[in-house]
Design a protein around this ligand. Structure first.
Ligand code: ADP
Length: 695
């Protein structure tokens, strides 16, 4: 097996920087676009901070430079002032000490007083040496080089002094010494006059080093390096501190002296000891660090926010998916009743776009026009703060195409995060399919009942026809035989007997037929035993669900009114319920016409006129339908008369039979401007006399 070793690049600096950068980018919140923004922001902030620190540094440097310039200016004027003063003391020497001995003493005193003076000479107007004193503080300077060899500069200075009749300085020159080193010196020539006539010169030799040390060293030498330089920068003499520092500030100024111009240079070294050279830079740096810290915190906070945003977006998407998949319509309203939200299922249900619904207030486009008033009232009650029933309530909505459909609405208060109610949230369920199924089952039940009734009637009819057939056939044949006998008058006695016999037989058969009829009557009367005492309200309550079912379908409002303290009635519950149902259904069907908008059905029970023997309760069913025409009225109770395509025409005749079986009577009356009322009476329990019921 062979193994190849890859060069290990993992630790190469480039690789490390790249991976660090990727990690940094990853750490920044947001997607690629947002990261770029963050990077730009960080770069900008860094740029601003660096610029600020740099500017602060520069400001500090300029401050220091200005300070140094000030020092230099001050040093120059100091130097000039002191030189002038020295010139004055030299003038004193000229005037006060004409005698040689005194001159020497005075000159020595002056030399002791001024360390920078190396030698004083007195010369006559032709520059011949009259007198000279070397400084007792220094070795004599003209040893290695004789005074005569270095007189050149002196001659020029004195020539100028003579010209301007005042002190004049020579250019500086290097004076080598015996110990191998030397120093830079400069001479000052002061003319002495008597009564306006030149009598000689006093010449002082200055050591430049001494000038710096004595005149400027104390005041300026502690913090700076002071030097005299040539124009090309060569140092002639240096004094002051030479401590090393990070930053060097330099300032140069000319010292204009009569006859000579010196260049004074000051080098200030600053900032080597402290990282933060001044408060401003320190402040800016501290603020930069604070800013960076805040930025890091911001980045962290932003990441947290982004995460929260993502979570929220996910939760929202989840909620939206849930709402979109719902088949239940959702509708939110604010406290003024304006729609604030509808879900797709609701829009689909009513056939309006969400945009057409949101922001709308009453009347809503899905309210049937005829119900607007009622719904407005309902909404006002809801907005007044009344909580609707938990199980919801039924209502009717209208699609955009105008079709009506029943809905079940379950409403609950909409509570905000702060716990305040901000409106109402309603779940709306389309129950038209449910209603349709109920209707189908009701209709089929009714058909079943009708078929059962028909079957019973048919059965009874065939029974009757069968039972009555024989006696009637016998009666017919006896009658025919009797007729035949009576057509032959010759055989009278015999015939009369036969006719007698035949008539007896006819009577027997008629009796038999009567018994058959009675047996049917008995069969019917057997139901009397089913009668019971019932409160009228119970009868209404029993039919209410079925009536309501059809009422909803035909958009009829049903009102019930029962007089207080009505007595119980004695009746066959099933039969009377059937009567009420029949009358109510006829009434509602009569109102099911397009021109009939206000569809009301009133079921009423009240006391009826009674006599001593019997008290009665009157039931009535009132509609505002098309009414009953005269032609219809004349056949109303005729079995099998109907004006409806699906009608059987047995309803009213059966109703009348049932009511009459209870001893009451059924009647109807036309109402103005339209409508019909059907009334029937039932006997009150206590006085119910079964005997009185007609057979
Ligand atoms: P069906 O309802 O099967 O037609 P009914 O005997 O109950 O049979 O009614 C017979 C006819 O009487 C009906 O077809 C209708 O024309 C008329 N009718 C019954 N009740 C009313 C009513 N309240 N208003 C108008 N017409 C009615």
């Amino acid at each position: 097996m062979t193994t190849t070793t890859q060069p290990d690049l993992a630790d190469s600096p480039l690789r490390r920087i790249t991976s660090w950068w990727h990690a940094f980018e990853e750490a920044l919140p947001g997607g690629r676009g947002r990261r770029t923004l963050w990077l730009a922001l960080i770069a900008l902030v860094m740029g601003v901070l660096i610029t600020l620190v740099w500017l602060a540094g520069r400001y500090e440097a300029s401050q220091l430079q200005a300070e140094l310039e000030g020092d230099t200016t001050e040093a120059v004027s100091d130097l000039r002032r002191q030189l002038t003063r020295q010139t004055q003391s030299l003038q004193g020497l000229q005037s006060n000490t004409p005698l040689e001995t005194f001159w020497n003493t005075e000159a020595q005193a002056l030399l002791r007083e001024h360390r920078e003076w190396l030698r004083i000479e007195a010369r006559d107007p032709e520059l011949n040496l009259k007198n000279q004193v070397d400084s007792p503080l220094h070795k004599p300077i003209f040893k290695r080089v004789s005074r005569t060899d270095s007189l050149n500069e002196t001659v020029q200075a004195c020539a100028k002094a003579r010209r301007i009749n005042g002190p004049s300085y020579s250019s500086s020159y290097f004076l080598p010494q015996n110990d191998g080193i030397g120093f830079e010196v400069m001479e000052m020539c002061l003319p002495a006059t008597q009564d306006g006539v030149l009598v000689g010169f006093t010449i002082v030799t200055y050591g430049l080093q001494g000038l710096l040390n004595e005149l400027l060293g104390d005041s300026f030498g502690r913090r700076n390096e002071i030097s005299f330089t040539e124009p090309d920068g060569t140092r002639l003499a240096i004094a002051g501190s030479q401590s090393r520092g990070l930053r060097v500030f330099t300032s140069q100024q000319l010292v204009n002296l009569p006859g000579n111009t010196l260049v004074l240079r000051m080098d200030g070294r600053r900032g080597e000891a402290s990282i933060f050279p001044n408060v401003l830079t320190a402040l800016v740096t501290a603020m930069s660090i604070a800013l960076l810290t805040v930025m890091v915190l911001l980045v962290k906070d932003s990441r947290r926010r982004l995460k929260a945003e993502r979570d929220l977006a996910e939760a929202l998407a989840f909620r939206k998916a849930m709402e979109d998949s719902l088949v239940t319509g959702l509708r939110a309203r604010d406290l003024e009743g304006r729609i604030t939200y509808v879900n797709p299922a609701f829009c689909q249900m009513v056939g309006f776009e969400a945009e057409a619904l949101t922001g709308r207030n009453a009347p809503m486009p899905y309210w049937p026009p005829e119900m607007v008033d009622e719904y407005k009232q309902r909404q006002a009650i809801r907005l007044a703060g009344n909580v609707p029933p938990r199980e919801g309530f039924e209502s009717v909505f209208m699609r955009q195409d105008g079709t009506h459909f029943p809905v079940l609405i379950i409403e609950a208060p909409l509570i905000s995060v702060q716990g305040e109610q901000t409106g109402w949230m309603g779940a709306v369920i389309d129950i038209s399919e449910q209603r349709r199924i109920e209707e189908v089952s009701r209709a089929s039940q009714e058909r079943l009942q009708a078929t059962a009734r028909l079957a019973t009637v048919g059965e009874m009819a065939s029974l009757l026809s069968h039972e009555l057939n024989q006696p009637l056939a016998a009666i017919a044949s006896y009658a025919n035989g009797s007729l035949n006998l009576l057509q032959n008058p010759s055989a009278v006695p015999q015939t009369l007997d036969d006719v007698h016999m035949a008539l007896r037989r006819i009577a027997e058969q008629a009796d038999r037929a009567g018994r058959v009829i009675n047996s049917v009557h008995d069969f019917v009367r057997r139901r009397d035993q089913d009668r019971e005492a019932l409160a009228p309200k119970m009868l209404f309550d029993a039919v209410a669900p079925l009536v309501q079912l059809q009422a909803r379908k035909l958009r009829v409002t049903v009102h019930t009114h029962i007089d207080p303290q009505l007595p119980e009635v004695m009746c066959d519950r099933t039969m009377v319920e059937q009567v009420l149902l029949n009358l109510a259904r006829n009434g509602m069907q009569a109102m099911d016409k397009p021109d009939c908008s206000d569809r009301r059905l009133l079921l009423k029970a009240r006391r009826a006129a009674s006599n001593a023997e019997q008290a009665w309760v009157e039931f009535s069913v009132t509609d505002v339908g098309e009414g009953i025409s005269e032609t219809v009225a004349s056949q109303l109770f005729t079995p099998f008369f109907t004006t409806k395509a699906e009608g059987m025409g047995l309803g009213l005749s059966l109703c009348r039979t049932v009511v009459e079986q209870h001893g009451g009577h059924l009647e109807f009356e036309a109402l103005a401007p339209k409508g019909t009322v059907f009334r029937f009476t039932l006997p009150v329990k206590a006085a119910l006399l079964l005997d009185k019921i007609p057979a």
